[in-house]
Design a binder for this molecule. Sequence first.
Ligand code: NAP
Ligand code: MG
Length: 476
Amino acid sequence: MSGARTGRAGETLPVVNPATGELITTVPAVGADGVAVAAERALRIFETGIWSGRSPRERAAVLLRLAELMERDAEILARLDSEDAGKPITECRTGDVPGAIESIRWFAEAADKVFGRIAPTGGESLGLVSREPVGVAAAILPWNYPLAMAAWKVGPALAAGNSLLLKPAEATPRSTFHLAVLAAEAGLPDGVLTVLPGHGSVTGQALARDPLVRALSFTGSTATGRRILAATAETNFKRVSLEMGGKSPQVLLPDALDYGDELIENMIEAAFLTMGQNCTAGSRVLVHRDIADEVVDRFTRAAEALVIGDPAQPETRIGPLIDHTARNRVASAVESARSAGARIHTGGLPADLHPQGAYYPPTVVTAAPADSAAVTRELFGPVVTVQTFTTEHEAIRLANATEYGLAASVWTRDLDTALRMARGIEAGVVSVNAYSEGDITTPFGGWKQSGFGGAEKSTDAFQQWTREKTVWIRTR
Ligand code: NAP
Ligand code: MG
């Protein structure tokens, strides 16, 4: 494929079903020239005012129609993500797709609620501060929540009046295409939303370097985030927002087992949703020593009960990983923890359900060395390490012993303890007695190397997609 990475005209990308290895389709790979053409076209469309110049209320109406069409095609959208990413269909039906629809609808409704300000100047001047679209904006998406991440970006970017260039991950372009088709059906003018499939190192880099693109919102790995920030610094200093990886702790205080099965089911979801290929995955369980044995025992039994298999079947909770490279990475981290003295309570061996599918079972690891890859790296697979603590201070120290800071959960009945933990943990979202990142009304963004720039969700998201202007008027 090395020659293919130059982004030649006519080049295509395969879309493969990770559960079977079957080729689903091929899509065009847009090269750097194609990105430049698309950016110029997006700027022309922006300048016509056909979208940017409409009233926010009119833009809202189109986006609300889009949400309705997504509801009509919910099953199609769920299947596209399930087949492209290997995600269990039930997750797509109950999580990704409804979440994406809610996001488009919420930002549509917010479109005419972004107010400017009048500065508190003296009587001889008037300072008007307004929020304006950036013009041409771009978004680069990951493969783990293809439609949901597209919706978090499309909603506020289009509500604010921008023209948007959208690059889906190579593995998962089809729901993004379908979203664009529905947007056209909803009445979005041609050229306002452009999907640019292609290689990250070609199409993604071209977007990061394009001089006409004024804002770029990225969700993906920390390594790629670093490259994007370097590329924008070398070119036009476009506004950048990076949502990146995590190694999030689930902290269980001594009374956590008061929550019984609810605790265990939340821990399972935190650890194994989308096979642990989730930026907010609770991949590190930190448990008080007094309850560690019982927690490990119950958690292990619950992990073993998860149905592994064909993602298209509604009862499946665990499908394949995205590809064999991912499975090898996960397997080798678990093996090296094992040879360094860790105990594997369940899982640990690749599950060979389908010869082509990269299946790996839910895996629970204790006694892994604190500096092992299993404990320190984002594995992006269904692997949880368990570490014990005796004091709150130690729990906070362990929780923060990572360069990431995306999410955390804390389990205790004691409100004072919960608040002390929430204050002490360095993460963008700390949930108490739940595994949750909040809903669409709460901002989502990582601390430390998990995030940079603006947040997603909530009205805060508009800061990514707008810029502030002061109009200073001298009155006489
Ligand atoms: P990735 O490899 O970083 O890819 C993300 C996107 O960036 C893809 O569209 C990719 O294109 C593109 N890309 C790759 N190299 C690029 C480059 N040099 N310049 C510009 N774009 C480039 O991440 P991933 O494997 O798809 O997703 C998993 C990661 O995303 C995990 O680390 C996870 O934690 C993170 N994530 C974070 C959040 C959050 O909100 N914080 C949410 C979901 C996922 P290709 O597909 O062509 O490689
Ligand atoms: Mg990739």
